[in-house]
Structure formats: structure tokens, C-alpha cells
Design a protein around this ligand. Structure first.
Ligand code: IMP
Ligand code: MG
Length: 213
């Protein structure tokens, strides 16, 4: 399944016609990069690919949703898998945060949260955005090596390949990607800026130097 590639941030942007973009939001957000209908359409396509790949296996699909950002995406994806008569879904939530590693390859990732017995299981990590790639790389290694999962696939709503750490560029495979976006800071659909904007039903680019919400 091919991701939708958004090449130029601001030229791909529209602030018009999106419900809920108040005057207050217009002060903080540059533009709407991905409107709600486009997100929903791509989640449908991601669900279709996941259902197809799961095949006729009887066991439920074990999702590992990365909090907090992945929560909105995970819930929508699970519902879409149901609509497409896919496998039963088990939703598991995990907290992963990276420290001091935004640009350095030595950054460490703190993983917190209870998971059911995943030994021997096939897991699907559900994440909002892949930036440097460090969080997902460490989480995948944790699930495979420390929790002995049989396989770990990754589904990310957004990916910023221009930000990937060089040593991860080839190593970290994203099995399902919704949208490839340029190097912009984005919010909405679970993504935040200092805990604001998660509830927006669209993805928007934040204005540089915008006042905090
Ligand atoms: P990575 O480990 O550098 O790939 O970082 C991934 C995490 O950083 C994501 O799960 C987000 O929580 C956060 N992040 C990266 N880029 C953005 C963005 O544009 N907006 C909001 N959060 C972001
Ligand atoms: Mg995240």
C-alpha cells in the first residue's frame, strides 16, 4: 500500500472550508495540511492492507498503540478493520518517550505500560508519526527481544523521512504508512504541541513562534 506523499507543506495547505478552524486557531496554525476526509480515506486503505495481510489467521490482531499520540489513530484503525470484516482486534496501550535523542543516535527511549503475554505473538505497533525513528526502533527491539514477540509490524499515520537518523534510514522498516510529509511540526489527530491540539480532526502545521494555546 502506497502512502500519500505531501511534498510541499505550505503550498499543499488550505485553511478554508475546514470546520472548527476558529480565528484563535488561525493565529496558531499555519494551515490545514491534511483534512479529515483525507485522513479517513487513508485509514480505510491502511485497514484494507492490514486485513489482507492478516489473511485467514484466526487469532486476533494484537495492536500495541503508542500513547498518547497514537490513541486517536489506533481507535479509528480498529473500527475500520471491523467495518472491513477483518480479524478481532485487541487494543494494548504503551507509553514510549525519547529522551535527549532528537538528533543524536545515542538517545534512549523510556517504555512504560502493561502488555498482555506477547510471547510468540504477532504484534502491530500503531504510532502517530515517525520522526527520527528512534522511538519505534527501540520499541520494536523491546517487543522482539525482551518480550519475545514472534513478529512486530509497524503502522504509522505520518512519516517524516527527511528527519530520520541516518543509521535508521534503511534499518527501520515502516510496514504501513499513511502519509509522507515534509519536515514540518504538525498537530491534530492525536499529535500535540505542549499537550494542545490533540483533539483536532485534521492535521495542521503549527506557525513558527505561535503563542501557546
Ligand atoms: P522519533 O522517536 O523521533 O521518531 O519521535 C517520535 C515522536 O516524537 C512521536 O511519537 C511524537 O510524539 C513526537 N513528534 C515527532 N514529530 C512530531 C510533530 O511534528 N508533531 C508532534 N509530535 C511529533
Ligand atoms: Mg508519539
Amino acid at each position: 500500500m502506497k502512502p500519500v506523499v505531501i511534498r510541499s507543506g505550505v503550498s499543499a495547505c488550505s485553511a478554508a472550508g475546514v470546520p472548527g478552524l476558529s480565528a484563535g486557531l488561525r493565529k496558531q496554525l499555519e494551515c490545514v495540511l491534511i483534512p479529515p476526509a483525507a485522513i479517513q480515506g487513508q485509514i480505510r486503505r491502511l485497514a484494507r492492507a492490514i486485513v489482507r495481510d492478516h489473511g485467514r489467521r484466526k487469532e486476533p490482531l494484537q495492536m500495541v498503540v503508542v500513547l498518547k499520540g497514537g490513541a486517536f489513530f489506533g481507535v479509528h484503525l480498529a473500527q475500520e478493520i471491523f467495518r472491513q470484516s477483518g480479524p478481532a482486534v485487541r487494543l494494548n496501550f504503551i507509553h514510549a518517550s525519547s529522551y535527549g535523542g532528537a538528533t543524536a543516535s545515542s538517545g534512549s527511549v523510556h517504555i512504560e505500560g502493561r502488555l498482555p503475554a506477547v510471547k510468540g505473538g504477532r504484534l502491530l505497533i500503531v504510532e502517530d508519526i515517525v520522526d527520527t525513528g528512534l522511538t519505534l526502533w527501540r520499541l520494536k527491539q523491546h517487543l522482539l527481544k525482551k518480550r519475545n514477540a514472534a513478529s512486530v509490524r509497524i503502522c504509522a499515520l505520518l512519516s517524516k523521512p527527511d528527519r530520520r537518523l541516518p543509521w535508521l534510514a534503511r534499518k527501520l522498516e515502516i510496514d504501513y504508512t499513511g502519509f509522507v510529509i515534509p519536515d514540518l511540526f504538525v498537530v491534530g489527530f492525536g499529535l500535540d504541541c505542549a499537550e494542545s491540539f490533540r483533539e483536532l480532526p485534521f492535521i495542521a502545521a503549527v506557525k513558527a513562534g505561535a503563542p501557546p494555546a
